[in-house]
Design a protein around this ligand. Sequence first.
Ligand code: NAI
Length: 334
Amino acid sequence: MKVTLYSAQPYDERFFEETHLEGFADEAFELVYQTATLTHQTTALAEGSDAVCVFVNDVLDAVVLEALAGMGVKAIVLRCAGFNNIDLDAAERLGFFVARVPAYSPEAVAEHALALAMTLNRHTHRAFNRVREGNFALDGLLGVTLHGRTVGIVGTGRIGLATARIFKGLGCRVLGSDPFPAPDFADIGEIVALDTLLARADIVSLHCPLLEATHHLINDASLARMKPGAMLINTSRGALIDTCAVIEALKSRQLGALAIDVYEQESGLFFRDRSSEIIDDDVFSRLMTFPNVLVTGHQGFFTVEALREIAQVTFQNLLCLTRGVHCDNALITR
Ligand code: NAI
């Protein structure tokens, strides 16, 4: 089976090759690594492939899926949990097998959410630069003690639950909001309505999927309901937040601090070195001017354990297809 991996970075190649050799060497997989993102312009790179393996910013709309089906591609395997970037109706109509990696390391993303909160709160990113320049002044580095503060977890699934456990361990009060709360959450915190969570939380951390119902969940109205000066963390999907509304809330000081690992327009920016380019996204550039904004480039998942798990589960998903057996991770079976 020939599999073309789109948006393939050197680390993807490393972990896929290692996993192939260690666990799947007897299987007839031929892996082709393409750095290009899957778009309308790059479908031809999958010519001759049985499957394409994609990541968060690859585009799998009806046009792309029709082009892939026309070339004989039979399967789409996602190297991620979220599947908001694929038109599942079109994929089903075209007879694709589609599978994902539902949980590669919830703790990896939860720990990154904690790292963002800690960094923003205690300004360690600024302290690091200051001390290296011989500046030991503390002015501007004042934080708050997180012990005893209230943290609101929006989406109490795998990652939300792991994040809740971490903040509980710090001695925070934990609130959750979820239409289908995880039963285990009851041992950690209290489930409340979103508005109550926004009004009470000192830190709001987003862990729900991007759906029609959650698109711009954080907007002018919800920002106005937040506790003044609260911190907002988004490690889930960029479009949960209306970035322009967040910029206004930062300017008015209603929002105290923002940390994002995901950004609504990230597909044109993230996962590439753009340090020699002019960034023409003015919204992103405005965000970067705030001292109380911290942005990382979708690295929440980026641990050794998670990359191993992604490769392992992706091979297993492909094996289910080749052997014609049930696949727990399938979104669509042929
Ligand atoms: P999950 O499916 O285990 O949990 C999602 C939870 O959100 C569920 O409990 C669901 O009921 C809840 N939910 C749905 N609609 C909601 C709403 N309107 N309000 C509040 N909660 C709602 O998903 P998991 O594994 O915890 O992942 C969460 C998200 O994290 C993924 O959808 C993905 O977008 C993102 N993610 C980000 C990564 C990164 O590197 N930054 C890596 C992996 C996932």
